[in-house]
Design a protein around this ligand. Sequence first.
Ligand SMILES: Nc1nc2c(ncn2[C@@H]2O[C@H](COP(=O)(O)OP(=O)(O)O)[C@@H](O)[C@H]2O)c(=O)[nH]1
Ligand SMILES: [Mg+2]
Length: 367
Amino acid sequence: MKKATIILPTYNESANIKELIKSIVSKKEMVNGWQLEVLVVDSTSPDGTADIVRGLQKEHESVHIIMTGKNGLGQAYLEGFAYAINTLKADVVFEMDADLSHDPADIPHFIKAIEQGADMVIGTRYSKGGSIPANWALHRKILSIAANIIVRIGFMNLKQTEWTGGYRAIRKWVVQKITPRMSGYTGYVFQVAFLDKALKSGAQVKEIPVHFVDRTAGVSKISTPQYTFQTLWYVFTHSSFIKFALVGVMGAVIDFGLAYTLRAGGLMILLANAISTEIAIISNYLMNNFWSFAHNKVQGGAVQFILNLLKFNIISAGSIVIQLLGIRIGIALAGESYWMVYKFLTISFVVIPYSYILYTKIIWKKR
Ligand SMILES: Nc1nc2c(ncn2[C@@H]2O[C@H](COP(=O)(O)OP(=O)(O)O)[C@@H](O)[C@H]2O)c(=O)[nH]1
Ligand SMILES: [Mg+2]
């Protein structure tokens, strides 16, 4: 029989924990072939959450608890994952809020998705069949919706609709692979960082819709300004798309700088530009391979490396043709004086999507 351990991080959840654990335990019969266990990770709550859990342990041997300091939600999960896998021998771990926002009746759906081959299952509030609480204050709705949209666009991953939610089922191998790289993300940013790293590691991630219910007891522990800043910073520093855009800017600087220098050194204009452009293309290829798309680096030795550099050259040549066409069309429609505007618009709205899509479909494919 396989084992799934449902990890409940708690800080002052005495008003919720008993009802939640009883509800989870009552679902045990609903998942054939799986043993369900509960692991509470309590940050030494002063409200006596742990005592309530210890009381329940007398009736239910599938209930476990470990104590930790108040070191953030992510840190509580890291400690819970380690205990669930090393001590309880879990095959799958669940993340779940302990304030009754997540409905234990969804647990069998998560298990089913795992059985169908998913490595990680995410309960999403943002696809058909899911929802955020109707009674949330407007600012909370906006914050939650905006956070997910910003992360989706930042990572250019529109497929993943839920990044910040904490109702998840994760296979052991994903946890073991990702957790050693999570020590810098021990607050609420943990959720975004973990999902990003799981996707980059090639985990099959599946979403299932969930209704998120507002807590009726206890208070939220989220610190909005800190969370917002950490999330934005994480996306900015880990988005392949943003890195790709920065590489593009660096390429332009190299191209212009080198062309100017070579020309000043006495080379013919066209020759100077041919050399500078090719060097910029090669340096872009290297920066994209070892930085922007490092998780999907070109494999297969020197031959593949050169072959892909050739493909990269062809795609880059396409960018130049597209730019010239854009400028040409602009001139035909609105005259010559604004050619820089046409160039800017063509690069922003055609060249960038064109090259990003081709790079990620042809050269740095998802493995
Ligand atoms: N162990 C532990 N649990 C925490 C910590 N911060 C939040 N939690 C738990 O994480 C879950 C989600 O937190 P909550 O404050 O409801 O966040 P919100 O739903 O985004 O408002 C709840 O079960 C909290 O008790 C922490 O520092 N340590
Ligand atoms: Mg909550």
